[in-house]
Write a new protein. Structure first.
Length: 180
């Protein structure tokens, strides 16, 4: 009778018991298999990290606004105005890059830096800084991971054929040798 406990499946026949480890497909599935107290600890930790990230981003936006405000108050065309505007533009670019990297993980990007350069080259950003992921996937498909199917331990699965051996497997050979 099959029994699924924490990613382990146990099958019991008349003579043998077989235990098979199943690997969760992704991290969310893995977390669902964890006890409730572990899930709560993880959720609290992630919430704290998201809060810190949010406040950091807000601080950057506030700094950019302050730089632009200072640039507007100095003499038009002066060196100070140019430097303040450059700093504000740099800060805005860094925020856009950080947001891109954050979202790129959820899109399955394999090489973040290369994807960032490709997005800039393809001008894949709208006026608000959002990325057109479909355009990037169409233009640069090699930047995105594809799920590969991993065959089970059967030697014939990778070749899509059954292994030669007249239906005999290792268990049969062992039992024969043991005199069963």
């Amino acid at each position: 009778m099959p029994e699924d406990t924490n990613g382990t499946e146990t099958t019991k026949d008349n003579d043998t018991t077989t235990t098979t480890e199943t690997t969760p497909a992704n991290f969310e599935d893995f977390m669902k298999l964890q006890p409730e107290d572990i899930q709560l600890l993880f959720t609290n930790e992630v919430a704290g990290l998201k809060s810190a990230l949010s406040s950091e981003r807000q601080q950057r936006k506030d700094n950019e606004a302050a730089l632009r405000d200072a640039a507007a108050k100095v003499e038009k065309g002066s060196e100070a105005e140019r430097l303040l505007t450059e700093q504000a533009d740099t800060l805005q670019g860094l925020e856009l890059q950080a947001a891109f990297y954050d979202e790129a993980h959820t899109q399955g990007v394999t090489n973040l830096k290369l994807a960032w350069m490709a997005a800039q080259e393809a001008d894949a950003f709208d006026k608000r800084g959002n990325v057109n992921w479909e355009a990037l996937k169409t233009q640069f498909p090699e930047l995105f991971a594809t799920k590969t199917m991993i065959p089970s331990g059967d030697a014939g699965k990778g070749t899509k054929t059954t292994p030669a051996g007249d239906g005999k497997d290792m268990n049969t050979f062992i039992r024969t040798s043991a005199g069963r």
